[in-house]
Design a binder for this molecule. Structure first.
Ligand code: UDP
Length: 426
């Protein structure tokens, strides 16, 4: 990395502000990914500027996170929250503002790492204007998503077309799991260069507190059986499956069973509808006594909740990676997850947790019972889970792989051709 020290790079995340409070509105995995990758890359010697769209006039334009890592909010369209499916029309303004920022700061980024299809469009425009390498992470693929939704948004055609063009023209696409790569190949295009570099988690933040101590701090009885969910309130997250699964638990009535459904905005904000729907199901199934909705869990408390849980459930209909699974695993907590996408990569069935067909509440119920009904096995799964995260999914390890990729792409063409010709001679 020595020759790339202190080179500037831009991470572009038009709709996922890396400086925002996670759990708010559409904020989730992408915001966490960009923020952590940015900070870890800065520690490895890059100057990282993370660009996003300003969603509130009162938000500062520049947020300094750590030395050499900052978020820059560009004004593109009204300074208010706009759902991602309605953002495309503001992208030309985003590109213009990015170019203006470069000019005013006397900078020209040699590499941009774009996130989600909206930012990929921005990156492709920049490539037409200046010499820049583009690395891209999809976070979600339209071709996968539209298979599982009943109403296809108007923007779908544009998205699918952009995702295909991107895969075929980006200097490198990062798939966060082998399953995501497979989907790109089977559903998007056979052309283009893909590397697999997973998402990561902070292994020194999670897994540092025992279950007992965490429960004491949160006021949860030592003898309870705790089933935990954290994430956005979105129908595709499958929270309904979890609620129905727990309602069937054989342990209901026998043990002190608790279901904690964390995350989500405050009442009245954009995910309120799904939250109301889930609360309605909890009520209908007579589960209000055993279910709590703590809302957005603070950064400080999240490691405690993961540690306090007997099992963390990720019932998503689809997940290209699924950060929650590895955060729970890093906290020595086994995971019951849907047998889809990146969850098939992170969760090893019978070793670090269990996988169930998505939307199948009976299978989820049985899997949850198997784990919470056998504390010794639960602890063993939890230990294996932690070991897997330490080995494969630390942010530092992930950032090192990205850093090597950037360095490779930024090498002068002569060095690359030297290397290729040496390879040829060998
Ligand atoms: N998260 C959080 N607090 C909340 C809700 C979510 O910190 O109240 C975080 C969670 O810990 C994880 C991310 O948001 O890091 C969700 O990422 P994931 O990949 O699981 O789902 P996505 O939001 O990308 O669909």
């Amino acid at each position: 990395m020595a020759d790339s020290k202190l080179q500037h790079i831009a991470l572009i995340s038009v709709h996922g502000d890396p400086a925002i409070e996670i759990g708010k509105e559409e904020a989730g995995g992408q915001n966490v990914y960009v923020r952590h990758v940015g900070e870890a890359l800065a520690q490895q010697g890059w100057r990282v500027d993370m660009f996003t769209r300003k969603v509130s006039a009162s938000d500062p334009t520049i947020v300094e996170h750590s030395p050499n890592c900052r978020t820059i909010r560009l004004t593109a369209g009204p300074e208010e929250f706009i759902p991602r499916d309605s953002l495309f029309e503001y992208l030309p303004e985003f590109v213009a503002e990015f170019l203006k920022f470069q000019k005013e700061s006397d900078l020209k980024y040699p590499l941009v790492h774009t996130n989600y299809w909206l930012s990929s469009w921005v990156g492709m425009q920049l490539k037409q204007i200046q010499k820049v390498k583009q690395v891209h992470t999809y976070h979600s693929l339209g071709a996968v998503k539209y298979k599982s939704v009943t109403t296809i948004p108007l923007i779908a055609t544009k998205r699918l077309e952009t995702e295909k063009l991107l895969l075929e023209t980006a200097d490198r696409v990062v798939a966060t799991s082998p399953q995501e790569k497979e989907h790109m190949r089977s559903l998007v295009s056979l052309k283009g260069n893909i590397d697999i570099i997973p998402c990561g988690t902070d292994i020194s933040r999670f897994g540092q507190v025992s279950q007992e101590a965490a429960r004491e701090k949160l006021g949860i009885d030592a003898g309870s059986k705790v089933v935990f969910y954290i994430g956005r309130f979105d129908r595709r997250k499958g929270i309904e499956t979890l609620v129905r699964a727990v309602s069937r638990s054989q342990l209901r009535g026998q043990a002190d069973l608790k279901l904690i459904i964390g995350g989500g905005s405050r009442p009245g904000e954009s995910d309120g509808l799904e939250r109301d729907r889930i609360e309605g199901i909890v009520d209908e199934l007579g589960m209000t006594e055993i279910t709590t909705f703590p809302g957005r869990i603070s950064d400080e408390d999240l490691p405690l909740y993961y540690a306090a849980a007997d099992v963390c459930v990720v019932p998503s209909h689809y997940e290209p990676f699924g950060l929650v699974a590895i955060e729970a695993m890093a906290s020595n907590t086994p995971v019951v997850a849907s047998d889809v996408g990146g969850l098939q990569f992170t969760v090893i069935p019978e070793k670090t947790g269990l996988l169930c067909p998505p939307k199948k509440e009976i299978a989820f119920g049985e899997a949850i019972d198997r784990i919470i009904g056998d504390s010794q096995w639960r602890d063993l799964l939890g230990q294996n889970a932690r070991a897997r995260v330490e080995e494969k999914f630390s942010w530092d390890g992930v950032a090192l792989q990205l850093s090597q990729l950037y360095s490779e792409l930024l090498q002068p063409a002569s060095k690359v051709s030297d290397r290729l010709s040496k390879r040829g001679q060998a």
